[in-house]
Design a protein around this ligand. Sequence first.
Ligand code: GLC
Ligand code: MN
Length: 222
Amino acid sequence: MALINCEAYVTLVTSDSFVVGAGVLARSLQATGTKRKIWCLASSKNLSANSLEILRSVFDGVTEVECIDSGDKANLALLGRPELGPTFTKLHVWRLSQFQKVVFLDADTLVLKNIDDLFERDEFSACADIGWPDCFNSGVFVACPNDKTFEALLKLAEKEGSFDGGDQGLLNTYFSDWSVGPSSRRIPFTYNLTINASYSYAPAYARFKNEVKVVHFIGAQK
Ligand code: GLC
Ligand code: MN
């Protein structure tokens, strides 16, 4: 029980348009019966007072943070998502030192089944990205907050930047042994079913759809 108090689900809201998604995510987590705290990082300067009030009413806690923007126009253009610079704000996860371990979920994810077993995994655990499966998708991951890691990530961002202009490229560079390290760091795809209009493996979806635990609505159109 004591450990449970040191563990939390965390999401990120960097604009008013993410508030509804984050609220739905929080409610979907609550519906799984989890006892872990459900927390929100919010870059409050970009949010209306009303948005902050909604987030405070839905989440167990809201931590207001400064927005970190990669400002990397070239790589974001390559990704085709010029609006994703502020996803660097996700790095604040590592500063939530009141928690020993967190399961981070993007605000565009929806939890369908209890996923508390993810807390048995170590930093850094994540699912493969469908675009390049030797990389992980940074919409769902297990991490252990630590100021040193936060500083190291910022340093890496300054030195090398991010190859996709967002948090995912930077995190894949930092946790670069994810695809070859211990297999427990590779979470099954059913914990981060990235779904978009061009999803191409319909037979696998038909076979495994009842096992899906988290759906992730990636892409500009949600
Ligand atoms: C992908 C990930 C998302 C991340 C973005 C930018 O879209 O799903 O979590 O923020 O890349 O790196
Ligand atoms: Mn996402």
